[in-house]
Ligand binder design. Structure first.
Ligand SMILES: Cc1ncc(COP(=O)(O)O)c(C=O)c1O
Length: 389
């Protein structure tokens, strides 16, 4: 078995599916019109955008005019949070282990006058819905809880929280809106917005084999949101800017593919490989699986190795051609321990020894076997010279 390069970092980004790439190609230099133009070039582009919007609306079970295209989930999350708190008044509830694009936005709003509660997850990386609901007060305007955590893959009870908020809203004049960052959940979990009882939901294309710089959010028509960008009347007044037509086409093709029967088979395979990796890696002494064993998306495993420095592990594995992560891509490069692990009560000195693998549909069991073999050797070697002992 000859293995050259292994990519186990699909939560950071995925390879663009060749069918996605093919669908995008005509829109760069043939059907290149601006979808806002009236002439036939524009109409052609607009027609294709409408089809893409319909595909995504069907996937989410919402109306087509409730899908707003953005440059990615960072923009989608910023738009929702800042769009609700445009006047910096009221109360926001979020979690302490959100992706930085929610967490930093929440801190920015807090600095400017919004009251913010950051709910910490339980030890297993799951948010207790009761804790979230108990924090709701008269001036609460938004609850924002991620669907699946990007570092430890744990799945949050979004449908349950959403349903309870909807019930509460029946007796409230000032409705509480509910948002979820569904970036890491999109290809694995229930995405029907009616079943999730959400008012806003964010997605990113490059995590599901689509192009980078492309995302969208769902916005329930009954909500009130101020736009982040002002300019033309694009995206129902919620996001000015010429539409990224090739990106939109690619994103909707990626959505079609993850909604297919073929993808269901891919997920089973991904889970099988992940379970094999978990079983084998936990045989290494002093190793813990971070996050709930069952309630996690099927492609994620996050380990903690006693007396091992995560960055050294990453570099050693990279030298063997294996790409993993020690946290979210945005956090790597900084030496501070993962805020996700800290929020779960893991000590900073232990959090440094963490490693995330996130699998994708192109990974194979042979790759997993090679990975486990190399990992065992590397952990042993690093422990031998570890000053942490
Ligand atoms: C949970 C989560 N939210 C948001 C983002 C940001 O998405 P984008 O890269 O599209 O801005 C990411 C990407 O790492 C993510 O994992």
């Amino acid at each position: 078995m000859k293995i050259n390069k292994i990519y186990f970092d699909n939560a950071a980004t995925t390879k663009v599916d060749k069918n996605v790439l093919k669908s995008m190609m005509p829109y760069f230099s043939n059907s290149f019109g601006n979808s806002s133009s009236i002439h036939s070039y524009g109409q052609k582009a607009e027609g294709s955008v409408l089809k893409s919007r319909d595909i995504i609306a069907k996937f989410l079970n919402c109306r087509s005019n409730e899908v707003i295209f953005t440059s990615g989930a960072t923009e989608a999350n910023n738009t929702v949070l800042k769009g609700v708190f445009f006047d910096f008044k009221g109360h926001l509830i979020t979690s302490a282990f959100e992706h930085p694009c929610v967490l930093e936005t929440a801190k920015y709003l807090q600095k400017n006058g919004v009251e913010v509660d950051f709910v910490r997850p339980e030890k297993n990386g799951i948010i207790d819905s009761k804790k979230v609901l108990s924090l709701i007060k008269d001036n609460t305007r938004l609850v924002s809880i991620m669907y699946a955590n990007n570092e430890i893959g744990t799945i949050q009870p979004i449908g349950h929280i959403g349903k309870k908020i909807r019930e509460l809203n029946q007796n409230r004049q000032n409705k509480v809106f509910f948002h979820t960052d569904a970036v890491q959940a999109t290809q694995f979990l229930q995405m029907n917005v009616e079943r999730l009882y959400v008012d806003f939901l964010s997605m990113s294309s490059h995590k599901i084999y689509g192009p980078k710089g492309m995302g969208a959010f769902y916005v329930r028509k009954e909500t009130r949101l101020k736009p982040l960008f002002h300019g033309g009347h694009h995206e129902y007044g919620l996001r000015a800017g010429t539409l990224n037509v090739p990106g939109i086409i690619g994103f909707s093709r990626a959505i079609e593919l993850i909604a297919s029967e073929e993808h269901k088979k891919d997920i089973l395979n991904i889970q099988k490989i992940r379970d094999y990796v978990v079983k084998e890696v936990l045989k290494i002494d002093g190793t813990i699986l971070n996050g709930d064993r069952e309630l996690r998306i099927p492609n994620n495993a996050n380990f903690l190795f006693k007396n091992v420095e995560g960055e050294s592990l990453l570099l050693k594995l990279d030298m063997k051609g294996i790409a993993i992560s020690t946290g979210s891509a945005c956090a790597s490069g900084s030496l501070s321990p993962s805020h996700v692990l800290l929020s779960m009560g893991i000590k900073p000195e232990s959090a440094h020894g963490s490693m995330r693998i996130s699998l994708g549909k192109y990974n194979t069991i042979d790759e997993a076997k090679y990975f486990v073999k190399e990992l065992k050797k590397i952990v042993k070697e690093l422990r031998k010279y570890s000053p942490l002992k």
